[in-house]
Design a protein around this ligand. Structure first.
Ligand code: AP5
Length: 221
């Protein structure tokens, strides 16, 4: 099964990706996570992507699609994979179609996380992340049991650098300008599944599972 998680910053894509990864045994490919890891390296990719992430702009399509094409070629993607935060432009969507067709594969479904801007801003403003193990929390909706520490590994929780009010606003503007067009494009292909993502995490998971069980069955046919 090959799926895409599409939706604005703060829609809950990363949170639900962890549930889907476990339940359906598909590899989780997050371009945001890959780029954040790259910013810590002093190599060409790290130097290229740093400024884009800091300002909330998209990394250029050619760089992003090359990184994804390499990742999709790894053995853990053989059984299936989930793209979280890619594609984000029509150019990236076309690049994805090309790379899948070259490999004799196809995109099975796009899960669109439909969420209000107000909810997205509130979620991003309160997000906490564990840099050590990658676990995600929210100050109000998913608080850690002990203040400021990760439940899973005890690491110190931090706020993502691009979750400042100004960069959140810019990321939402970029989403509206460059990514929203993908909703109609995938709807026209008949592979868009719209999920009301304004609800609680468990309700959103249940809605996703309701869609994905059928997608997983069809992808095996
Ligand atoms: P990326 O890391 O992909 O960020 P994003 O798309 O902005 O999405 P987020 O990770 O902010 O939100 P999310 O939907 O995953 O929400 P989450 O589950 O964490 O990209 C970062 C940057 O990398 C981009 O700005 C760009 O520069 C670059 N980049 C990445 N991909 C690229 C591409 N394809 N092309 C070019 N550049 C690219 O949830 C948010 C919070 O809400 C958490 O605190 C969580 O606990 C909480 N929460 C989640 N669900 C719920 C719920 N149902 N109810 C209550 N709280 C909830």
């Amino acid at each position: 099964m090959i799926i895409v998680l599409l939706g604005p910053p703060g829609a809950g894509k990363g949170t639900q990706a962890k549930e889907i990864e476990e339940r359906y045994a598909v590899a989780h490919i997050s371009t945001g996570d890959m780029f954040r890891a790259a910013t810590k390296q002093e190599d060409e990719l790290g130097r290229t992507v740093r400024g884009y992430l800091e300002s909330g702009q998209l990394v250029p399509d050619d760089v992003t699609s090359r990184v994804v094409a390499d990742r999709i070629g790894r053995p853990d993607c053989q059984r299936g994979f989930m793209l979280d935060g890619y594609p984000r432009t029509i150019g990236q969507a076309e690049a994805l179609d090309r790379v899948l067709s070259d490999r004799g594969r196809r995109l099975d479904a796009v899960l669109y996380f439909d969420v209000s801007e107000e909810t997205a801003v509130e979620r991003l403003s309160g997000r906490l992340t564990c840099p050590a193990c990658g676990a995600g929390y929210h100050k109000k909706y998913m608080p850690p049991t002990s203040d400021g520490r990760c439940d899973r590994c005890g690491g110190e929780l931090t706020q993502r650098a691009d979750d400042s009010p100004e960069t959140i606003r810019e990321r939402l503007r970029v989403y509206a300008r460059q990514t929203e067009a993908l909703i109609a494009a995938y709807e026209a292909r008949g592979i868009l599944h719209r999920i009301d993502a304004n609800r609680s995490p468990s309700d959103v998971t249940a809605a996703l599972v309701g869609e994905l069980d059928g997608v997983a069955d069809r992808s095996r046919e």
